[in-house]
Design a protein around this ligand. Structure first.
Ligand SMILES: [Zn+2]
Length: 401
């Protein structure tokens, strides 16, 4: 029986439709993966002005990872860049204290920088972008810190644009450090970067051999950095910690983080009286060790007076140039035989150590998450930066829905 031309057409059409139905799940269109075709990035386009820009979702190369941003802390560095652009980066996608979920990854991506498996859905942070520098490594404790390395959130703009964590998505390119931190909650993950700075400082302090379980330790400056310092000392089992600051509210918080005593410098006139107050806080002894966590040159000059003969000092407050400090090398350093270490940024090993610190801090009930006093949606990034500049909160964060 001859098949009419019309019937052939309809049979072919029917078969094609069936085929289309059966192949559709294999060739997944972009919309079916839940990944939108564009992403918003908060671009600092001029001083004190972020604009939300929309860019096409970039191709994910064989070594790349596409991360859906969950949140990112606002750092002092972001505030400097927002206010003055000292690095000359505008237009720039800021935000380097970020974390999020892997939504897509290249076929070559199997493990994170510490050797842990990576899969879609894992929560990650990045640290820096490798530049073939053999002196920066995770596995040698004595290698150099990552200061000066490229980090997402402080990169020049390029064709991809998704270079900072103040965004919906970020493209972590092959050759970057990436860590699987799925076992940490969002607040802890947002605090990883600043905590790593303190893990490094305490590691530096330990090289002096002076920091011990029963040490009397003074921590000067109770912003996020000083407060995290106290929390780390507490997780190490150090019991005698005096916090020094000029803000009563911050000193209260220092107690929650594990400080055993506080000294408000506003209540003491002159350095002699202040040093006496620190001494009294330790029951009539000066500190065995002190951490200087402010960016004030005067505070650097003062802290030597809090430390006993043969004691130690870790200076970590001057993340950026804060000017010259005046000390008396004879009285402050030589006669007292102070062992001084400086600390800046962190090594890759310190970054990984930080994940364990955050779990331990939670385990002993330190309310680290309370450090994040203000959370803003991406749309209110300008307000978040202004809040940071006001210095009325502690850690400010941008958190995506
Ligand atoms: Zn930072």
């Amino acid at each position: 029986m001859a098949v009419r031309e019309q019937d052939v057409e309809s049979i072919v059409k029917q078969i094609l439709e069936q085929m289309a139905g059966s192949v559709a799940p294999v060739a997944v269109p972009a919309s079916n993966t839940g990944i939108p075709s564009t992403a918003r990035v908060a671009m600092l386009t001029e001083l004190e002005k972020f604009e939300l820009k929309e860019y096409p979702m970039p191709e994910v190369g064989d070594d790349d990872i596409l991360v859906k941003v969950e949140g990112c802390g606002v750092c002092g560095t972001d505030a400097h860049e927002f206010k003055r652009d000292p690095f000359g980066l505008i237009p720039v996608a800021l935000g380097h204290e970020g974390t999020g979920e892997i939504v897509k990854m290249g076929k070559n991506v199997k493990k994170d920088s510490a050797g842990k498996d990576l899969k879609i859905g894992d929560k990650v942070v990045t640290c820096m972008i490798f530049k073939d520098n053999p002196d920066i490594t995770m596995y040698d404790l004595n290698k150099q810190n990552v200061g000066g390395a490229d980090v997402y959130g402080l990169l020049p703009d390029d064709d991809i644009h998704l270079n900072g964590w103040f965004a919906d998505y970020i493209l972590v390119r092959g050759g970057s450090t990436v860590f699987n931190v799925s076992d940490l909650d969002l607040d802890s993950r947002i605090l990883i970067e600043p905590c790593a700075v303190l893990i490094h400082a305490v590691e530096r302090a330990k090289t002096t051999g002076i920091l011990r379980f029963n040490s009397r330790v003074a921590v000067q400056g109770c912003g996020p950095i000083g407060l995290i310092c106290i929390a780390i000392l507490r997780t190490m089992g150090i019991e005698n910690i005096t916090a020094v600051d000029g803000n009563a509210q911050r000193l209260e918080f220092a107690k929650k983080m594990g400080a055993t005593a506080t000294v408000n410098f506003m209540e003491h006139k002159g350095i002699e009286e202040l040093a006496k107050a620190v001494e009294d806080s330790f029951g009539g002894y000066l500190a065995d060790f002190a951490f200087q966590c402010t960016g004030n040159p005067k505070a650097h000059a003062n802290i030597y007076k809090f430390i006993r003969n043969g004691g130690g000092l870790c200076e970590l407050g001057f993340f950026i140039n804060g000017g010259d400090a005046q000390i008396n090398p004879h009285f402050d350093l030589c006669a007292k035989e102070i062992t001084l270490v400086g600390s800046w940024v962190y090594t890759l090993r310190d970054y990984a150590t930080t994940f364990d610190f955050l779990k331990r801090a939670k385990g002993i009930g330190l309310p680290l998450a309370e450090l994040i006093t203000d959370k803003y949606p991406l749309e209110e990034i300008n307000e978040a930066l202004k809040k940071n500049l006001e210095m009325t909160g502690l850690k400010i964060a941008v958190v995506n829905k």
